[in-house]
Design a protein around this ligand. Structure first.
Ligand code: PEP
Ligand code: MN
Length: 337
């Protein structure tokens, strides 16, 4: 069973690329474990990679299983790999892989998840990590977890966001519904940027997460997949050194959660504002070509009235809506003039 109060560190490359790369990365992680033993370490490496394009590295395939066995034998680290089909479950379990994870793309498809659950049923697998689906859908994520549990396996949740948006509200829902299972952050896939990993790990600690799944590669710049979002084992050790609490702190993080959600809404708001101004710029150019004035009062009146009506349905008073619309419109006219 996975314990939500234990801090977990799941680390290893996005993909197993060669025997040397797998073992050298494992050596670095084993060293981190030797220096900071109070965590539960699991070595991760994808061997069947669900890539967007068929013209990129698709993973080394079953050959990588033997490299993971060497990690078990040489460094005594339990190992995990991603599975997307019952056939992959069969190969991985027959090779003695300790843990499996279900990736975000597979997690979006409950039929695929059920097939995996049926395939792990009755095997010796120690647990399955379930990533959130690529779409923001807490109910589907929870449903996937239930499918695996009904197959009798231990489950933990991995929060990896959607399209490089954290979707904190989805993770919050998961945590509220399932405080009994660990939820880990995957800052690599969540942000897509190695530079964002440290801050996200710190934030996850404050939010009561049970640890991290961090893509760790001996030479991140040379990685065949996800090169931008991996860190070295030494960098991982640096994070462990100043980051993870040795026990998971749950129960006092409500304000931090609400703030994480509000910051995300603000990010969305500002991004939408910038997008709106881009469109406005194009409209400005169109009007200029036709010598139409930037300001057209009837159009402004129309959108203002629409928003005032919307605001009254959503608890925003008329004055607030007018002030916000006026500020946006002013900037828009300035861009067009
Ligand atoms: C991975 O962990 O390598 C992976 C493919 O992740 P995700 O499913 O979150 O994209
Ligand atoms: Mn990856």
């Amino acid at each position: 069973m996975f314990k939500p109060t234990l801090p977990y560190i799941i680390a290893g490359p996005c993909a197993a690329e060669s025997e040397e790369q797998v073992l050298a990365t494992a050596q670095g992680i084993a060293q981190c474990q030797a220096h900071y033993p109070n965590y539960t370490y699991i070595y991760r490496a994808g061997i069947w990679k669900p890539r967007s394009s068929p013209n990129t590295f698709q993973g080394i395939g079953a050959e990588g299983l033997t490299w993971l066995q060497q990690v078990q034998q040489t460094y005594h680290l339990p190992v995990a790999t991603e599975v997307a089909t019952p056939e992959q479950v069969k190969q991985a379990t027959e090779a003695g892989i300790d843990y499996l994870w279900i990736g975000a793309r597979t997690s979006a498809n409950p039929i695929a998840v059920q097939a995996i659950a049926d395939a792990v049923d009755g095997t010796k697998i120690k647990g399955v990590m379930v990533k959130n689906p690529v779409n923001e859908d807490a109910a589907l994520w929870l449903g996937n977890i239930a499918r695996l549990e009904q197959a009798g396996v231990a489950v933990m949740a991995i929060h990896r966001g959607c399209n490089h948006r954290p979707c904190w509200a989805m993770a919050y829902q998961l945590l509220q519904a399932r405080p009994d299972i660990p939820i880990l952050i995957d800052p690599s896939h969540l942000s897509g940027k190695a530079s964002a990993i440290a801050q996200l790990c710190t934030q996850a600690n404050r939010l009561g997460y049970s640890g991290w799944m961090v893509e760790t590669h001996i030479a991140p710049q040379e990685a065949l997949s996800d090169a931008q979002q991996q860190i070295t084992p030494e960098e991982l050790e640096g994070l462990v050194n100043r980051g993870v609490g040795e026990s998971v702190n749950r129960g006092s993080e409500e304000l931090d959660w609400q703030r994480a959600m509000i910051d995300e809404v603000d990010d969305d708001l500002w991004q939408h504002l910038a997008k709106r101004m881009e469109i406005s710029k194009r409209i400005g150019a169109w009007k200029k070509e036709r010598q139409i004035p930037a300001l057209q009062p009837f159009r402004y009146q129309e959108i203002l009235e629409k928003r005032i009506a919307w605001g009254s349905e959503h608890g925003l008073d008329k004055e607030t809506v007018e002030q916000i619309m006026e500020a946006i419109h002013k900037q828009s006219v300035r861009i067009q003039s």
